[in-house]
Design a binder for this molecule. Structure first.
Ligand code: PLP
Length: 391
């Protein structure tokens, strides 16, 4: 957790240096990948007084310290915990701030598996789950109950990309002492710093942009001062642990986060600029576009945009045509997850995924992850797929 690097002023410098201490490891630039369980003590005195930094690897080692320390600086957090997937980070973060008899408000546009966790696990713990429309800002207070202890946000929302007024929600929630959580995977800690917006538990699917190469599952939870002790206790009690090789790949990914995201953003702008003029395309879903309903909030709270976006097909497009378009893609892969170097596409399926906001059952929509390929090849790929699907 501790990092001995002096705090650099600018984010890019921080990404290169945070969480590293070469002088502790014979001058090697990177920390070692520590494969460990047992830690030896020099004597019983040290052992019974818990008098050394490491006690047992489940509680951390120099490799996890390095990534947690770097993220702590990047997120401006009191503490950071790693989790074995993004969903595991969400589950642990929620469990750290609700108990039997509590009420939790969750954005209707939260990541699908977040709903699955909330709907399958929380009722059994006697936690009352309520979904709210993402457009609610300060008005969310109308939904507060005497037992509301947590408010979960995600911006932009999964699959449909609605922005949320997170600072307004956080201010309202703090009046009643509730903990505010945010799934910030879309922007990464580079383009949005949730704790500075008033969030108490800032969550990343590290699987996406932090790892960045589609080869590791990882989650991260950054906690404010207020939320840290409960998170530390819960994760310690649950025996949460991430394998050192995976932690190391997260740390390696973090070093290039800025240059990768800059390119994802640039490629996405190029692709969307072409896409918006295509005859079979309706609404484009990406808060960094001036025409997007979430643009002003994005501009206020975020410092950049990533490569995840969506578009609706023009009204009247059949599911058959939409799926034919996806099947005709060649450079874009058809697959879940995102945040790696490669471009991906999926059909948007909202059935069972919304309960507080209306869904148009006729809607045919696609989610795209714009990767690091040449955008001209991505555009050409979509052009031939439109031709095939609509000929
Ligand atoms: C992918 C994703 C997650 C879950 O991450 P995993 O590592 O796949 O468990 C959580 N939230 C969002 C917004 C995601 O896109």
């Amino acid at each position: 957790m501790t990092s001995k690097t002096s705090k650099p002023a600018k984010t890019d410098t921080l990404l290169a240096h945070a969480g590293r201490d070469p002088s502790s490891f014979h001058g090697f630039v990177n920390p070692p990948v520590v494969h460990a369980s047992t830690v030896l003590y020099p004597d019983t005195g040290t052992m019974v007084s818990n008098g050394q930094r490491y006690s047992y690897a489940r509680r951390g080692n120099p490799t996890t310290d390095s990534l947690e320390g770097a993220l702590r600086e990047l997120e401006g957090a009191a503490g950071v915990k790693l989790a074995n997937s993004g969903l595991n980070a969400i589950a642990l973060a929620i469990l750290s701030c609700v108990k039997a008899g509590d009420h939790i408000l969750i954005a209707d546009t939260a990541y699908g598996p977040t709903r699955y966790f909330a709907d399958t696990v929380l009722p059994g713990l006697n936690v009352d789950v309520e979904y709210y429309p993402p457009a609610l800002g300060a008005d969310i207070k109308a939904l507060f109950k005497p037992n509301t202890t947590a408010v979960f946000t995600e911006a932009p929302g999964s699959l449909t990309f609605e922005m949320q007024d997170v600072p307004a929600i956080a201010s309202a929630a703090h009046v009643i002492g509730a903990t505010v959580l945010m799934d910030n995977t879309w922007a990464s800690p580079l383009f949005c710093q949730p704790i500075s917006l008033g969030v108490d538990l800032s969550i990343q699917a590290g699987t996406k942009y932090i790892v960045g190469h589609s080869d590791v599952m990882l989650g991260t939870i950054a906690a404010s001062e207020k939320a840290w002790a409960a998170l530390d206790t819960l994760t310690g009690a649950m025996g949460s642990h991430v394998a050192p090789d995976d932690v190391y790949l997260g740390l390696r990914g973090l070093r290039t986060l800025s240059v990768r995201l800059e390119r994802h953003q640039k490629n996405t702008a190029a692709v969307l600029d072409w896409l918006k003029n295509q005859p079979h395309v309706g609404q484009i879903r990406y808060p960094a576009l001036e025409t997007d309903p979430g643009y002003s909030i994005w501009q206020r709270d975020f410092s950049g945009a990533s490569g995840l976006c969506g578009f609706d097909f023009a009204d009247g497009t059949s599911q058959q045509a939409a799926y034919a378009f996806l099947d005709a893609l060649d450079v874009f892969g058809l697959g879940y997850s995102w945040g790696g170097f490669e471009s991906l596409a999926i059909p948007v399926r909202l059935k069972g995924m919304r309960s507080a906001t209306p869904v148009d059952p006729q809607l045919q929509s696609v989610r795209l992850h714009i990767g690091l390929e040449d955008p001209e090849d991505l555009i050409a790929d979509m052009a031939q797929a439109f031709d095939k699907a609509f000929s």
